[in-house]
Ligand binder design. Structure first.
Ligand code: X2W
Length: 309
């Protein structure tokens, strides 16, 4: 992967003073930590690049619910690392597998239509419980690593019903309130969000976490939109090889013609393209495993699948 990183020559760092101090005081430690990942020059270059935009424009990181169950210590230490170098990713997590576990234990078969959970009243109470539990788990794990993390479980996403007959209590996001996220970052805390939304009359609606992360990216226009999942990228269904980079401008049409690009993969690629078309060219999407997060962010070669236009 050749990441699209313009060399930041005139770096204007807009961080508040305490964060700036933290950033520089830990800088040598950071470079040491990262020596096994990339060259010092590479790492420094990316650090400079990521800190050249406002703090809220560094990254939106979507964490799949399965990662909280399977890789919480790794996830927490990755996020803690970013925090300790003065970077404030906006973190949004899902909780799909936890919801399914509870439903299945109760003998209820999870229902999906086009990858969206059909959410009746009973399912909704499970969804809300799981979101709050997983949010607390992640926040607590971060606090144990010395990170100031702030749970943001409501008040961000405004929504209407996506299709009440088809999906019941599922929302289509129609507004994003940036204020709680901005306040969190201004206070030096990592914002940790769920993808629950609310109608104007106060009905809570369920929103797919990938979609909610995309909505965050549309309003914050971050340099990086990172989807963390266990698979760690998009794989060619015929050869089994990981696609290290997709340049949408040149490859999109051909990619859609590939026989293995169907169902969920097709939907995902289309959604990511739609998202990137709405964002500055400096924005890119990375799909990676949590173990590869630092490598993807701080090296030219990357680790997962990088998608850009
Ligand atoms: C999702 C929200 C959780 C989610 C659901 O109920 O599963 C809808 O489908 P993962 O772990 O990221 O899959 N909501 C409407 O997306 O979690």
């Amino acid at each position: 992967v050749k990441a699209n990183v313009p060399l930041a020559t005139n770096v204007v760092r807009t961080a508040t003073l305490p964060v700036t101090q933290r950033y520089y005081s830990t800088r040598s430690t950071v470079v040491q930590l990262l020596n096994n990942i990339g060259s010092k020059r590479e790492v420094e270059q990316y650090l400079k690049y990521f800190t050249s935009v406002s703090q809220q424009q560094f990254a939106v990181i979507k964490v799949g619910g399965a990662i909280i169950t399977q890789q919480l210590p790794e996830l927490a230490s990755c996020l803690a690392f970013l925090y300790h170098v003065g970077l404030y990713p906006i973190v949004l997590h899902g909780t799909g597998p936890q919801i399914n576990d509870i439903l299945e234990n109760e003998g209820v078969e999870p229902q999906y239509e086009d990858g969206i959970r059909i959410t009746d009243e009973k399912t909704m109470s499970v969804v809300r419980k799981c979101f709050l539990e997983q949010n607390l788990r992640l926040v607590t794990a971060l606090e144990k690593m010395g990170v100031h993390a702030r749970p943001i479980t409501a008040g961000v996403f405004g929504a209407e019903y996506l299709d009440k007959d088809k999906y019941q209590l599922v929302g289509r996001v129609n507004s994003v309130n940036k204020a709680p996220i901005e306040a969190s970052i201004a206070a030096g805390a990592l914002p940790i969000l769920t993808s629950l939304a609310e109608t104007p009359s106060g009905q809570i609606l369920n929103v797919n976490a990938d979609i909610a992360a995309g909505e965050l990216a549309r309003v914050f226009e971050p340099l990086k939109i990172v989807y963390l999942n266990e698979k760690g990228g998009i794989f060619n269904g015929n050869t089994g090889e990981k696609l290290s980079v997709i340049n949408l401008d040149e490859e999109y049409e051909d990619l859609l013609k590939e026989s293995w690009v169907k169902y969920g993969t097709k939907l995902k690629i289309k959604e990511i393209r739609d998202l990137l078309m709405h964002l500055p060219r400096s924005s890119s999407v990375a799909i990676i495993n949590v173990d590869d997060l630092q490598k993807e962010l701080f090296t030219d070669s990357g680790a997962g699948t990088l998608i850009r236009r």
